[in-house]
Design a protein. Sequence first.
Length: 653
Amino acid sequence: MAEITLTLPDGSSRTVADGTTGGELAAAIGPGLAKAALVAEVDGRAVDLAAPLHDGDKVRFLTDRDGESLEHLRHSTAHVLAQAVLSLWPGATFAGGPPIEDGFYYDFELPGGATFSEDDLGRIDAAMRRIIDADQPFERFELPVDQARTLMAEHPYKRAFMDRAEEGDESEGEVGGGATVSFYRNGDGFVDMCRGPHVPSTGRLGHFALMRVAGAYFRGSEHNPMLQRIYGTAWATRKDLAAHLHRLEEAAKRDHRRLAAELDLVSWPDVLGPGLAVWHPKGAIVRKVMEDYSRARHQHGGYEFVFSPHIARSTLWETSGHLGFYAESMYPPMELDGATYYPKPMNCPFHLTVFRSRQRSYRELPLRLFELGAVYRYELSGAVHGLLRSRGFTQDDSHIFCTREQVPQELASLLAFVLDVLGAFGFEEFQAKLSTKPHEKFVGDDEYWDLATEGLRAALEAAGLEYTVDDGGGAFYGPKIDVDLKDAIGRSWQLSTIQLDFNMADRFDLEYIAPDGTRRRPVMIHRALFGSVERFFGVLLEHFAGAFPTWLAPVQARVLPVASAHAGYAAEVADLLVSRGYRVDVVDADESLGNRIRKAKAEKLPYVLVVGDDDVAHRTVGVNARGNTVERDVALLAFADRVEAEVAPFRDV
RNA sequence: GCCCGGGUAGCUCAGUCGGUAGAGCAAUUCACUCGUAAUGAAUAGGUCAGGAGUUCGAUUCUCCUCCCGGGCUCCA
């Protein structure tokens, strides 16, 4: 057998037998070059460690801290999970088991429609660790499709993956297209159909934890059978695993539902029903400040305010199309005086009726209507999630009516406006997505779609915003830009959206009189900035972990007299600050100073003002700011100016 | 809606192998009047989510319903 020379990343070269696998090489190199090497890369492409290497291959070993290598480690751990489950549940079959962010999952179907319970995770975990301790090598082999089908005779979901691959769709990742199908075998004959690659052997694994059991529809469609999914997390080292688990604990502390209770902001009384919240005074004042700021910005930005009722006759929803398409998400109707009324799931139709209330001229366009409109949607019970997904919520809803020619300019200024306001709330990192014309089922001509899509794209680029393109992901009535933000545990939530609508103006027969006297159809743009005030508040709460910036904080400063003798001066300090428009309270010396400070810190107040003898004598305050910097003898008026500087930009827009 | 898990004091939780319950914090009262993250004592607070069943007896076992959490689906 010919010998080949491989160039290693440190510049050295190594001579090995032709056909040596990456895994053998990794083992041979040992602890020196790549102590924890888990996967090799040849010519910039990840290769299977079981695949043979050939002369001239430039091999780079990725360390186990590399994301890509972690992916293989997680995928291999998923295999071990499947191996364990199939050995513990004879007759079980399996579907897909990919690596995901932070870990992996695998989908199973148990005999007789049995389900996993969380108690099963312990013995699955134990079985997995036995496989890992045995350090079984992963061996790759390939079979022609017909033999592959025979091998997977007992596993219909695997065969379904093959069907999809044979049709040329490789999106499911389990198996590549082509004449052969690849498999991995390890240990006691466990075989999984898999594209690979894997770590060399199971002994490389072990820093994992099974997290939870969930139902999951095959291929994500509710028309398919529901499989039993097990989620796990897997890392290269014990330390990384511990750090991840610690991050999860920390994230749980930022959960907006937990903070809402701890900070006395919002609650969800059972008597109201799922997905319905009440706002307590401290939550409500934050919301009011948010809404006031939003209104001020909108007024400044050329919007006109409108109001609309919470219910409307069915005729409106028939005209808008909601009853036809979305009736199951609407709250059920009320029959009254021979008419049928529905609670509104959207504000759009009302704004259309405002436009249509009289004849409109091109001189009025763009006409920007704005409303903080409460809507009700009957979300699936399993989807309700605190303030982030509720059944009653308030959209900061805007509908802009303009001419075709005005679309590009209007979109650019809209997006700039959206990003500027998001920035004011401290959001700088978000994910933007441009969704284009659906491949099937859409309304409007191509010229319209191109104009609108390019308008959106130009707006994104003018804003210097990175974005992804969801090809065909637009609504049937027009393309859109969505802006998503992540919550404390990394789940994305859609906040802002800008949508072109080629449909609604037709349905409501909107017209304006053009300069030449003809009647023209205006273009309609839907735009929500917060998305929903409730959701935005929830994401904001998690973003700041409850420590709102001064302009938003429910209590901006608390005055603590050192002893009751200082209560008079404390009240004076508070009165002065309140008279200047700040939210300030006083807590008397019924408890020790230390305890009152501790409580104020737990409430995450921006400022705690301690006043004692010295302060009474010199009209000063002791300032304990968030972060625990303590300054003594600050002149009262100087402190007031400091607050003013923080708050003014959000009041005087 | 579907799969898994949960619901004990305002909050965080313990407990009862079936004999109607406890802690810490919070609340209330009293005392303490204190210079930067827990002063002390006392008091009050629970249909053990709701309903049905089994039982002499159910918070505990069984079933149903409601609600909450994590996923899946959905999100106009």
